[in-house]
Design a protein around this ligand. Structure first.
Ligand code: AMP
Length: 377
């Protein structure tokens, strides 16, 4: 069961977005074949995979048939049903495991997992009714953020609340579904740590990444983060503990808030390569996607060393407002690398691609990445 999955074998990816695409590109470079399954067609992953299967995630027979055609299954999207991960695991190894997915795909469960083990998190409460929402707001304190427990990412299903009276309106807005209430954190910086754990417990990390969000969506990441070394070591140490406590195999990202008094609070765990780690493709010896291939295939982890300071900016559908962005202008900015995900429909807020820039310093890299994005439209 634990023999490595070697080049020439086939990796099955549940989900078919940009994370699967970048994973597939690295896997194919290394000589693997890649199959992807999702309800879509002509998807970002499907465009570069050897086989694109179109099926619903709750079609367990389709999942089993998919698993029979591959040597290992991973996922690029944490909202894959546990039943789907379990059905695939009847046939081939699934990495990371369904149990790690189970904990991290539901905010309330993830927060309880962290709080029960003594990890630092913002005050939070769970609410399954309007009454519980009111009680929770009282307990957590205001201002607060209400987040739907499932299917929330990039700020989807999130609402800020400044008074108890706003609870009823927000409960309606989120469709009366289970939610968690979190105290609004007054942070001075948001950071993340992208790290991997191998099948034999080996650990590798990319240091601390500094992130700026706009409308709850990641806008800019720079690495290395500009913060005191002690805080960075603590963030890496906490991430290592999370990987161990989850018995995790693969790449994972822990997102943190840094408070004014230098404390760290874990915001969330993403059980997969992460948007803030995209710079690793162009700036590190081993990218987060190659690292994911190595970990899920049971190989040694690669060297995560960063070669040059880097910055990454996301390209959202908003940039298409005046038609196709001016790619040639962006490519004229030195040390800028373009990544587009093959998505046809540039909706507002949709992640269409990203730019990575390298520099002598993170300031220089960020200036180049922002300049290249500015000239797009
Ligand atoms: P999330 O989907 O939970 O990662 O949230 C997306 C972004 O919303 C975070 O990166 C923060 O910028 C912001 N945010 C989420 N939760 C909080 C909180 N409790 N306090 C302050 N800002 C938050």
């Amino acid at each position: 069961m634990n023999r490595p999955v070697l080049p020439g074998a086939t990796i099955g990816v549940l989900g078919s977005g940009q994370l699967g695409r970048m994973l597939a590109l690295e896997a194919k470079r290394m000589g693997y074949r890649v199959h992807t399954l999702s309800p879509g067609v002509d998807t970002p992953t499907g465009q570069v995979a050897d086989l694109e299967v179109s099926a619903e995630y709750d079609d367990l027979e389709a999942i089993r048939a998919f698993a029979r055609g591959v040597d290992v299954v991973t996922f690029e999207f944490e909202n894959v049903l546990i039943d789907a991960a379990d059905a695939a695991a009847e046939i081939v190894p699934v990495r990371p495991s369904g149990s790690a997915l189970h904990i991290t795909q539901q905010r309330a469960r993830e927060k309880a997992f962290l709080a029960d083990r003594g990890y630092p998190v913002a005050p939070f409460a769970k609410a399954q009714s309007l009454d519980e929402l009111a009680v929770g707001l009282g307990a957590v304190g205001l201002p607060a953020i209400v987040k739907t427990s499932v299917f929330g990412y990039d700020g989807k299903g999130q609402h800020r609340i400044n008074s108890i009276e706003e609870g009823e309106r927000v409960w309606g807005l989120i469709g009366h579904q289970e939610a968690i209430i979190e105290r609004l954190v007054e942070f001075t910086m948001e950071i993340s740590v992208v790290a991997a754990r191998g099948l034999d417990g080996e650990f590798a990390h990319y240091g601390v990444i500094e992130n700026v969000h706009h409308n709850h969506i990641l806008d800019l990441s720079v690495c290395p983060a500009r913060l005191p070394a002690g805080i960075g070591h603590e963030a890496v140490h906490l991430t290592h503990r999370v990987l161990e406590d989850l018995g995790y195999v693969g790449v994972l990202c822990v997102e943190f808030f840094v408070t004014g008094d230098g404390r760290l609070l874990i915001n969330e765990i993403a059980p997969r390569p992460h948007n803030s780690g995209h710079f690793t493709i162009d700036a590190c010896v081993t990218s987060q996607f190659e690292q994911q291939v190595r970990a899920v295939c049971g190989l040694s982890l690669g060297d995560p060393a960063q070669i040059r300071p880097a910055a990454m900016v996301n390209l959202l559908g908003d940039l298409w407002i005046n038609g196709e962005p001016d790619w040639a202008a962006a490519m004229a900015v030195p040390d800028v690398k373009l990544h587009l995900y093959g998505k046809g429909d540039p909706l507002v807020g949709r992640k269409m691609g990203h730019l990575t820039a390298l520099g002598e310093s993170v300031e220089e890299a960020a200036a180049k990445a922002l300049a290249a994005r500015d000239v797009l439209c």
